[in-house]
Design a binder for this molecule. Structure first.
Ligand code: FRU
Length: 322
């Protein structure tokens, strides 16, 4: 009888060792680098949309960084620029029991609760690029949009010799970069005689910016510059101005933000934009931070990425850090 019992005990122990972590989310893998713990982790990444090149780049940066860590599996979801879809995605990741969530939220307020609920379920959350409200997340990673806006404002003051009429084509104003790039810009032009004669929420989208710029051009005979909250907006404004057919694109200065090599930086090289301010995707930093969290290290609540400005003077030297 005792012989049978010990056989059963050994069989149960073997089955437990073979099963996935014996009920735990982590399982031990073989052959992972010695600098890591050897545990396998699943990360859920919710991207607000993949319709914009900058976000495609962010996912590519996450993928490239994750590829160096065989113990990481990243599950990607694209919310297609729909807030309810993104809310559902976060819930799905929680139900699935992923080890960590990375979210680049479309809007701040509506994603705050789903993120807080993930945290309440003991799933760490990295918020990337756009913020949520409050502090119920593990770590926020992104460049300082107030600073970028302020630098753009100071640049504009210099460019226009302290006075002029400008158009501001804003990003989605229910997202934090839109609010912060506006507030920073206002600080940057404070005390100058620069007037914003037209502004509109272009939702970060080039076609919206093009349409809004058409309205601005039809209403204002004198426009000195355009401040686009991202490069697609500044480019949309340029296209609208060119299509107006009066040659005003040669006189109006266009400034944008993002600096993707194949977008903003190229526009600067081509003389379409006077300047673009870099907004790094943070994809690599998100994976570095995720690994630290998953390995039990403490990380900073706010990880601030740097920025650069690209102009025709410095573009061939890789821009100038700010
Ligand atoms: C892409 C984008 C970028 C912008 C960022 C702000 O969706 O619009 O162009 O810099 O989001 O969150």
């Amino acid at each position: 009888m005792s012989k049978y019992r010990s056989i059963i005990v050994i069989a149960l122990a073997a089955a437990c060792a073979l099963s996935v972590g014996c009920g735990k989310k982590e399982s031990t893998t073989t052959g992972t680098s010695t600098t890591e713990t050897g545990k396998k982790f699943v990360i859920g990444m919710s991207q607000c949309n993949l319709g914009e090149p900058w976000r495609v780049q962010m996912n590519a940066d996450v993928k490239a960084a994750a590829a160096a860590h065989p113990n990481l599996e990243v599950l990607y979801k694209d919310a297609q620029n729909k807030t309810p879809v993104q809310q559902a995605q976060v819930k799905e990741f929680v139900e699935q029991g992923v080890n960590l969530i990375i979210i680049s939220p479309k809007e701040a307020l509506p994603l705050t609760k789903p993120v807080a609920e993930a945290m309440a379920a003991n799933i760490p959350v990295i918020v990337l690029d756009r913020k949520v409200e409050g502090d119920k997340y593990t770590s926020f990673i992104g460049a300082d949009n107030v600073k970028i806006g302020k630098e753009a404002g100071k640049f504009m003051v210099k460019l226009l010799g302290g006075k002029g009429s400008i158009v501001e084509l804003k990003g989605l104003m229910t997202s934090t970069p839109g609010q912060e790039r506006h507030n920073g810009f206002m600080e940057g032009i404070k005390g100058s005689q620069i007037k914003i004669i037209f502004d509109a929420d272009c939702h970060w989208l080039e076609p919206d910016a093009q349409r809004e710029m058409n309205s601005a051009l039809s209403r204002f005979p004198q426009i000195d510059a355009v401040y686009g909250h991202n490069d697609p907006s500044a480019h949309g404004a340029y296209l609208a101005t060119k299509q107006e057919g009066k040659g005003r694109e040669k006189q109006i200065k266009f400034i944008g933000i993002d600096s993707l090599p194949n977008e903003g930086v190229r526009y600067v090289k081509e003389g379409i934009l006077t300047a673009t301010f870099q907004y790094p995707t943070g994809g690599k930093e998100a994976i570095d931070t995720a690994l630290k969290i998953l390995n039990g290290e403490t990380v900073e609540k706010n990880i601030v990425l740097g920025t650069k400005v690209f102009t025709k003077e410095n573009v061939d030297k890789g821009g100038a850090p700010l």
